[in-house]
Write a protein of this length. Structure first.
Length: 347
């Protein structure tokens, strides 16, 4: 129990960004393609239908204090203008310091036809973000009386910091995606202005720009039998993909594969970027199972098996759930134009 508490304190201290001179890091979803607007603004409207989705992640439930992240979005493709529009809500909460971040953003993308088979999407996003924290429950080393085994009052480390703090700012992101019916390659940049996220008025703690590169290739396998309702042949495919992220001073790589045997989706990922520098980066293996129904409903569940020194026994891994519903809203003739949909992973 004590070990878990100490681990929790250490992790929270790295999360109290803006109070101390540390760098903030964005939440990362294992099912990143199930959070498309969060991954890359260029994916706004990429289904070329109307899409509503939610994501929930419970990070390291084995610790005494939890890290929860959630996202919800809706996007729609406008064929007359080759454009996608979207609205996204993001949030995360760490229970020890009641540190939470909430975001609401508007995104837009434009699809450009390069050739008969190749397309390029360009997207942008503007968000309003708010960070809240309540610091009175934190325990610092200067507050602990080792001799008597007691914990004292407010620490000097919090001088000048309101116990109940709130900070708001505007944030921006851009992205692009090049693709055909089997291949995709995209890049995005978040926190373009590197906003100040400090809770202290006369202090500066920037949110570092996050750069990411994602791509993959889809291999169509022999089709299955005909669907009972639509009479279409059931899709069979194997996809390989990666997602590289860099946000000073850290970098991370997700690489894996997904097998789609309609309606079943199975996936296996590795997250890590083993290096010899001072920041070890060997984080997790990720298993995924999902269903993709003809009704347009997609449900996915994934589990992160921690492989870092934090350990699976201490951390409890991470659980993640995604639910997405895609439907046709507008001219029914548009349904036949979906051949341009990006062949990305489903989760």
């Amino acid at each position: 129990m004590l070990r878990k508490f100490i681990l929790g304190i250490c992790l929270v201290l790295f999360g109290l960004l803006g109070v101390f001179p540390l760098s903030a890091q964005d939440v990362q979803y294992s099912q990143f393609y199930a959070a498309p607007l969060y991954l890359n603004p260029a994916l706004t409207g990429a289904s070329e239908l109307t899409r509503v989705g939610v994501n929930y992640r419970n990070q390291w439930p084995g610790l005494d204090h939890s890290f929860n992240s959630y996202s919800a979005y809706i996007d729609h493709y406008i064929f007359d203008y080759n454009s996608g529009i979207g609205l996204i809500f993001n949030g995360n909460q760490e229970t020890l310091a009641n540190l939470s971040t909430n975001e609401i953003g508007l995104s837009y993308s434009y699809r450009l036809k390069l050739t008969e088979k190749f397309f390029f999407r360009l997207g942008a996003q503007a968000s309003y973000m708010q960070r809240d924290a309540f610091f009175s429950d934190l325990v610092f080393g200067s507050m602990i009386d080792i001799v008597n085994g007691t914990v004292g009052g407010i620490s000097d480390e919090l001088n000048g910091v309101p116990l109940d703090s709130r900070h708001s700012f505007v944030d921006y992101a851009v992205g692009g995606m090049f693709y055909n019916d089997k291949f995709w390659l995209g890049a995005s940049a978040h926190h373009l202005t590197e906003p100040n996220i400090s809770f202290v008025n006369d202090q500066s703690s920037v949110l570092p720009m996050k750069l990411s590169l994602q791509g993959g290739y889809k291999i169509n396998l022999a089709p299955g039998g005909r669907d009972y309702f639509t009479h279409n042949y059931q899709e069979r495919s194997l996809s390989f993909a990666f997602n590289y992220k860099e946000q000073d001073p850290f970098s991370q790589l997700d690489v894996g594969a997904q097998l789609f045997l309609h309606p079943l989706v199975l996936g296996l990922w590795y997250r890590g970027l083993p290096t010899k520098n001072s920041l070890p980066n060997n984080e997790a293996f990720i298993g995924l199972v999902g269903v993709a129904l003809e009704t347009g409903l997609d449900i996915g569940y994934s589990f992160d098996m921690t492989t870092s020194k934090l350990g699976l026994r201490n951390s409890g891994g991470a659980h993640e759930i995604s639910v997405r519903y895609t439907f046709l809203w507008g001219d029914a003739k548009s349904r036949g134009q979906r051949s341009r949909v990006i062949p990305c992973f489903r989760y």
